[in-house]
Design a protein around this ligand. Structure first.
Ligand SMILES: [Zn+2]
Length: 61
């Protein structure tokens, strides 16, 4: 958890991590915080590109 607080992007992003990042870096300007940008981009993409073959995504988060 502690190294979530650096602002470098991760090699791998997951939905869980993205949500953690959005909370931990809530005060970071997205233009300066690479991992926040990565997390937000990830969440936007997972929302928009919901595969219809996975019914679980209907429940959202
Ligand atoms: Zn940050």
């Amino acid at each position: 958890m502690d190294h979530l607080l650096d602002h470098n992007p991760r090699a791998e992003m997951t939905r869980e991590l993205a949500h953690q990042v959005m909370q931990q870096h809530i005060g970071c300007p997205i233009t300066l915080c690479a991992i926040k940008l990565q997390a937000k981009t990830f969440l936007v993409h997972t929302k928009r590109l919901v595969p219809q073959s996975t019914p679980r995504t209907r429940f959202g988060f």
